[in-house]
Ligand binder design. Structure first.
Ligand code: SF4
Ligand code: SF4
Length: 221
């Protein structure tokens, strides 16, 4: 076990903490450990009375930032369902791209009712569950330790930054944005991250994503 999720009591109820046991642990190890915990652990879901996620859509109307690997996984996952699209087409169809000043935000698109485009409104289940975005795979509405929260934020931010850079480099800007507000966008603002040229979460090491201070807090080597 290279990523250990630990159920822990917090003042608000049962939540989780996280430790990295192997310096070669990848983001896929992180996702697998958390997905297992989502299904099996007794956690205090602060947004619903039953302690399980199945059949709940309480977090499927929120902002879901996308990483570059999420978009690739979506492209690959939709192929067997008969949807063959380029990455640019996936972004134009399923993402919402906003710019305000120098900031660019790429999130999963939502329907007019504010719910995610991949939510089945009848069953309240995700239609792309096995390849849903990293943000969905790593969210549980329970208390979380500060180091676990910081790891999640770091991963999401770097993955989204790489996606923004890819989009600004590969999609004409007049076709990219759904919404712009006083844009001052510059490609030079986005540096490469460990997500560059990576297409699977198994190929990105957690150690490469973390700043030394965060890594020291997480790694028990
Ligand atoms: S994490 Fe989301 S799906 Fe799970 S119980 Fe909380 S609001 Fe519902
Ligand atoms: S991708 Fe699935 S889990 Fe994520 S917000 Fe959409 S419906 Fe919910």
């Amino acid at each position: 076990m290279s990523v250990k999720i630990i159920t822990k009591s917090f003042p608000q109820g049962k939540g989780y903490d996280l430790q990295i046991m192997d310096e070669k642990a990848s983001l896929q190890d992180y996702l697998e450990a958390l997905n297992k915990h989502i299904l099996e652990a007794e956690l205090t879901r602060t947004r619903q009375k039953v302690n399980k996620c199945e059949g709940c859509d309480g977090c499927c109307s929120e902002r879901i930032p996308l990483t570059s690997i999420d978009v690739y996984m979506l492209q690959q996952g939709l192929k067997p369902k008969g949807e063959t699209k380029t990455l640019a087409e996936i972004i134009r169809r399923y993402a919402y791209v906003q710019a305000e000043g120098r900031v660019v935000d790429i999130t999963l698109a939502r329907n007019e009712d504010g719910k995610c485009v991949f939510l089945n409104p009848d069953t309240k289940k995700c239609r792309i569950y096995p390849f849903r975005p990293l943000v969905c795979q790593t969210f549980i509405c329970c208390p979380v330790s500060s180091r676990a929260r910081r790891l999640r934020e770091t991963v999401v931010n770097q993955g989204e930054d790489q996606l923004v850079k890819w989009c600004l480099s590969n999609i004409p800007w007049d076709k990219l944005f759904n919404e712009v507000w006083e844009p001052e966008i510059s490609l030079a603002d986005w540096e490469d991250t460990p997500f560059r040229d990576r297409f699977t979460y198994g190929s990105v090491l957690i150690k490469d994503i973390c700043k030394p201070e965060l890594w020291q807090q997480l790694y028990l080597g």
